[in-house]
Design a protein around this ligand. Structure first.
Ligand code: GDD
Ligand code: MN
Length: 403
């Protein structure tokens, strides 16, 4: 890489700094300046740059950061308007970074910046590809976290170790340093929607070597957390995607699980309806009388249950709330009815084709046709629900709803 420089060459650009610190921000107006000052103090002994990546915070975090940057040349601000979200923000900052090592740190003061320079040195010296700030290793602690939050973190750690075999005591950590080489190597494979950017890097590149440094998690000084109860769900999805994502999309898996549970609810409702004498079902070779009351009750129960579960589980990011629930349910019901029609039509069509040619008994053939029909209808309804009912809306809208 080095080349002989003749005196006539222009002076070389400043060498890349040891460390680029990326700090994602969303509504951190009460914290950002404190963070920048703390970082500047903690990094006085090393070469660094700081990149604040703000998703156009309504509270004007970007403005405060830009004003600060005007007087501090080592600070840059990236204000983003599209593709908002924590992981995309971090990746965008990393793409701008010029340091030999890249760090991610929360802007709210929860991550102890006093160990940052040491983490960067350990990566820069080649001791490890990644150094993670950990609440579980020597010298680390969860500060004043409740037992409940500690338990969640403990379970999450267990899951990551079992499924991903990552050598981390704190896989949920959002505080780490990665070498430029490791970042550039893994970045093309990283899922930008992935929830935990650290797990993305280590999950995609298990061969990366990891070091840890303990620190005490501090309480937020101002503002509020953006990561709410959906964190656990997103976490499980991210782990699933890293482990099995090449085989099946996590969202389709959730949708399928909900669908199967719905069939269970349907049968359960029919059985209960029957038991309490809501009506009678004609059995035998004749199909079930479609107007029998328990069947209708069963279908309704299935519809309500699957909509609710899909809304709060499968498609959480785009969920309906308040009066809009009715809109969502209406769409879902129409699509479900449409799916049922497809199912009947496909099954009928296969019946008329008589593919088995008498090889299969009539009952087995009918069951097989029903199964194919269900798969076709399921696929169609999944497609419509993803693209119509729960199509991606802007993150801000969802955030406002969480509000
Ligand atoms: N640009 C941008 N866009 N920044 C965001 C966004 C976003 O959509 N959402 C959150 N941030 C920023 C916040 O402003 C904060 O600086 C940082 O990302 C972490 O968000 P918090 O809302 O503070 O998350 P947390 O404290 O609940 O979660 C922390 O602890 C978890 C472990 O328990 C984070 O460090 C997580 O990464 C960590 O897993
Ligand atoms: Mn935080």
């Amino acid at each position: 890489m080095t080349s002989a420089t003749s005196p006539t060459n222009p002076p070389p650009l400043d060498a890349p700094p040891l460390l680029s610190v990326i700090t994602p921000t969303y509504n951190e107006a009460g914290n950002i300046l404190v963070l920048l000052e703390n970082l500047e103090r903690a990094l006085a002994e090393v070469t660094y740059e700081i990149i604040v990546v703000d998703d156009d915070s309504p509270d004007g975090t970007w403005q405060l950061a830009e004003d600060h940057a005007a007087a501090h040349p080592l600070v840059r601000v990236l204000r983003r308007f599209h593709d908002k979200g924590l992981s995309p923000a971090v990746l965008a900052g990393m793409e701008l970074a010029e340091g030999r090592t890249l760090a991610v740190i929360d802007a709210d003061g929860q991550h102890d910046e006093s160990i940052l320079a040491a983490m960067a040195r350990r990566v820069d010296s080649g001791e490890a590809d990644v150094c993670v700030g950990s609440r579980n290793s020597d010298g680390g602690s969860y500060g004043d976290w409740s037992r409940g939050r500690r338990l969640v973190s403990w379970v999450a750690t267990l899951i990551a170790r079992l499924f991903l075999r990552v050598p981390l005591t704190d896989p949920m950590s959002g505080y780490f340093v990665i070498s430029r080489e490791a970042f550039e190597d893994a970045a093309p494979d990283v899922n930008p929607q992935g929830f935990k950017i650290l797990l993305e890097f280590l999950g995609r590149r298990p061969e990366l070597s990891v070091a840890e440094m303990g620190y005490t998690f501090r309480s937020r000084t101002a503002g509020e957390t953006k990561l709410n109860s959906s964190v656990i769900r997103s976490y499980l999805l991210a782990v699933f995607d890293l482990r099995f994502g090449h085989m099946v999309k996590p969202q389709l898996l959730l949708y399928t699980l909900v669908g199967l549970a719905g069939v269970g609810v349907n049968f359960g409702a029919i059985v209960v309806g029957e038991a309490v004498g809501l009506g009678s079902i004609t059995t035998g070779s004749e199909a079930i009388d479609p107007l029998a009351i328990p069947v209708v009750v069963g279908l309704l129960a299935q519809l309500v249950m699957t909509f609710t579960a899909n809304n709060w589980f499968t498609f959480w990011e785009n969920r309906y709330q308040g009066s809009r629930l009715l809109v969502g349910f209406g769409l879902f019901a129409v699509i479900s009815a449409y799916g049922l029609m497809i199912q009947f039509a496909v099954a009928k069509w296969f019946d008329t084709l008589n593919l088995g040619g008498g090889l299969l008994s009539e009952g087995v053939a009918a069951a097989l046709h029903q199964l194919i029909a269900i798969l076709v209808a399921f696929q169609a309804s999944y497609f419509l629900n993803v693209n119509l009912t729960w199509r991606r809306r802007e993150r801000d809208e969802a955030l406002r709803a969480v509000g």
